[in-house]
Design a protein around this ligand. Structure first.
Ligand SMILES: C[S@@+](CC[C@H](N)C(=O)[O-])C[C@H]1O[C@@H](n2cnc3c(N)ncnc32)[C@H](O)[C@@H]1O
Length: 294
């Protein structure tokens, strides 16, 4: 698959990590390997642990990072198990990067079902080897539960109408494809494309993706555990792409600061500059937060 990959706010991420021991980094969400490549190039003495839930992303990252040979260790799994899977204090991890969500590669691959603009099965699992698909969710959840997930994870307008229409449709045939869902949303919202308007299915797809992958479950506990698993002066950089996740990270970081366990490196989130947004529109919603363990 040919694509141009832009690791989001990579200059700012490198600035954060430049202030550490620069020995061993963990890229919790290696994706296509863009950030990892920059980190390994910028700090020639360092090693890196590359994690991803998605086996296909990990395979791609292996290609991207091949030139760094034994400096990189790959591991498939959720970063929410990082502290159980690795003894980060003993390894003397200097910095951790989290850049969650989905990559451009995953988004553009119709087989994965992440994008309303690509026809394909309504799958949306990041780890495609297990778990419930988005189609399973639409075919089995009740109206109330569907409405609630659309509101909670996508702030979808008219979520109850959408949930009702989903249930009515499945009485005739089960939900199978991204196109079916996109067309239902377009019909309900009388969608007419206009420059600068976000497609109404984007929020619906985001909500389903967060629900299918349980993206926010365990995040608060993970944030709370950071100081116990990292040595003083280690740093954590966290990129978020939607307000729900950003709120959790903001509150988690602030709580650690109030407890005197960390210093916030940036009191407010950093945002991508206009140059970066012009080059990579997908970066526009990114917010970067960072802390140093006290
Ligand atoms: C935005 S992409 C990361 C892009 C990467 N920083 C780069 O520069 O190429 C997000 C990646 O995080 C992975 N991911 C999302 N949630 C995860 C989790 N809980 N644990 C591990 N990986 C996760 C996705 O599979 C995807 O490959």
């Amino acid at each position: 698959m040919s694509f141009r990959h832009y690791p989001v706010m990579s200059r700012e991420v490198l600035e954060i990590f430049a202030g550490t021991r620069k020995e061993i980094f963990v890229d919790c969400t290696v994706g296509a390997g863009g950030h990892s490549h920059r980190i390994l190039s910028a700090f020639p003495g360092c090693e890196l642990i590359a994690l991803d839930l998605d086996g296909e992303s990990l395979a791609l990252a292996r290609e991207t990072l091949r030139e760094f040979g034994g400096r990189v260790r790959f591991h498939q799994g959720t970063y929410l198990s990082l502290f159980a899977d690795f003894d980060c204090r003993r390894l003397a991890v200097s910095g951790i990067l989290v850049d969650p969500g989905i990559s451009t590669v995953q988004l553009k691959d119709g087989r994965r079902g992440f994008a309303h603009s690509q026809d394909g099965p309504l799958d949306m699992r990041k780890d495609a080897s297990s778990g419930t698909t988005a189609a399973d969710v639409l075919n089995s959840c009740g109206e109330e539960q569907l409405a609630e997930l659309f509101i909670r994870y996508g702030e979808v307008a008219n979520a109850r109408r959408l949930a009702k229409a989903i249930i009515e449709k499945r009485l005739f045939s089960p939900w199978r494809t991204t196109t079916q869902l996109r067309q239902l949303v377009e019909g309900l919202t009388h969608w007419r494309p206009r420059p600068g308007r976000v497609h109404p299915a984007a929020q619906v797809f985001q909500a389903l993706r967060i629900f299918v992958n349980r993206e926010l479950e365990g995040l608060e506990a993970w944030l709370e555990a950071i100081p116990a698993h990292l040595l003083p002066n280690s740093r954590v950089a966290f990129l978020t792409y939607h307000s729900l996740e950003d709120r959790l990270v903001k509150r988690g970081f602030q709580q650690l600061q109030r407890q005197g366990k960390v210093e916030l490196l940036r009191p407010f989130p950093a945002k991508p500059g206009n140059d970066e947004i012009a080059e990579n529109l997908a970066s526009r919603s990114a917010r970067l937060r960072a802390l140093e363990v006290a």
